[in-house]
Design a protein around this ligand. Structure first.
Ligand SMILES: [Mg+2]
Length: 369
């Protein structure tokens, strides 16, 4: 199996139009899309990887097909470091961040799936972890919800056994923080004092407004506050941290270890939320995890719990996964029997690689669209 050779990469776009009313402070969610990668080998093994998009899926698909696949044919899936380096420099003029990097991330994850399958080991064990049970929090609470809908969803999450929940703030495009204060108070009242409660502002505010808001909600015992300001406003994130003692979460919009380095050097993050399906796959995420340990920060990746469960299980500073309820339909369609959280715990299957199987009927249906 060590002489495994890649023979091809198949990419399928699986997209669903969002039926509900999902908006955060800065955008409406119209489409949930997975680009599903299937790497085939000369010995019949297949590796799978996924990246997520709301827009640009066709570009991701074509980038994999026309730019990445030709570089991979005949190579070994065990060459992840060498392949990463080659591809990084090959595409560096067009993609150290953004769609090209999402494309490479999905392929890299599929290589790691192949490594685990070739060795007959679940990835979390291959990466040095021992515990298949990973805490996971529930995530939703859109700014487009009324306070009643928000409270109802929070209660639903708690009734499903989640010990921690995350909701959005920044109603009316961030122009009514006092209404956000009332919504946060209503949710804390509804869920009681023992449920972990996190907030996500999705980049909406400037540092001064975010600090003012954070100080108004301090009494509601907020476990972390995510992206209070624009993700690239690293000085603003650092300013936020100086103005409040609520821990700061960010990183879902960051790419590669270089972006993460700057968050750490500028004291602009407490809980690092990078997404392996964007930052460069498992290969780059393992470096980022090591960096987060060196800076003694918590690691809690963004969404994509089936892509991230092995990493959090293996990371000494891994705290929890995020389950976005909005992804339920596409997740249930794309995978066969993907594990689901029970009482706030995701249990990783003891199967080789990622331990996931594609629903090929659905994949074929997506190809036909
Ligand atoms: Mg977020």
């Amino acid at each position: 199996m060590n002489d495994l050779k890649i023979t091809g990469i198949d990419v399928t776009l699986c997209e669903t139009r969002v039926k509900g009313n999902f908006a955060d402070s800065t955008r409406n969610v119209e489409t949930i899309g997975f680009a599903v990668v299937d790497v085939s080998t000369d010995q019949g093994l297949h590796g799978i990887g996924v990246t997520y998009h709301e827009v640009g899926g066709e570009a991701i698909r074509d980038f994999i097909k026309y730019a990445i696949e030709p570089k991979m044919i005949g190579r070994s899936p065990f060459e992840t470091e060498v392949l990463y380096e080659e591809n990084f420099h090959y595409m560096r003029g067009v993609g150290r961040k953004g769609l090209a990097f999402c494309a490479y991330s999905a392929v890299d994850i599929a290589l790691w799936d192949l490594k685990g399958k070739a060795l007959g080991m679940p990835l979390f064990r291959l990466l040095g972890g021992t515990n298949p049970e990973v805490p996971i929090y529930a995530s939703g609470g859109w700014t487009s919800y009324s306070t009643e809908e928000l409270v109802a969803e929070a209660k639903m999450m708690v009734s499903k056994g989640y010990k921690k929940i995350k909701l959005k703030v920044g109603v009316e495009g961030g122009n009514n923080p006092d209404e956000d204060v009332r919504r946060v108070a209503a949710v804390r009242e509804a869920i009681g004092p023992d449920i972990g409660f996190m907030l996500d502002a999705n980049n909406v505010w400037r540092a001064a407004t975010a600090i003012q808001f954070a100080n108004k909600i301090r009494e509601y015992n907020i476990e972390f506050f995510e992206e209070p300001v624009f993700a690239d406003d690293i000085p603003g994130l650092a300013e936020f941290k100086r103005g409040t003692d609520i821990p700061l979460a960010t990183g879902e919009h960051e790419y590669t270890r270089y972006g993460v380095r700057d968050l750490f050097l500028n004291h602009a993050v407490d809980i690092l939320q990078c997404d392996a399906t964007r930052v460069g796959g498992y290969t780059e995420m393992l470096r980022i995890m090591a960096l987060s340990q060196a800076f003694n920060k918590a690691f809690a990746p963004h969404g994509m719990e089936h892509m991230h469960m092995h990493l959090v299980a293996a990371a000494p500073n891994g705290v929890y996964l995020e389950k976005l309820f909005m992804f339920d339909e596409v997740v249930k369609s794309v995978y066969l029997n993907a594990p689901e959280p029970v009482n706030g715990i995701m249990t990783i299957p003891e199967k080789p690689g990622l331990g996931l199987e594609l629903n090929m009927d659905y994949i074929k249906e997506c190809k036909g669209r």
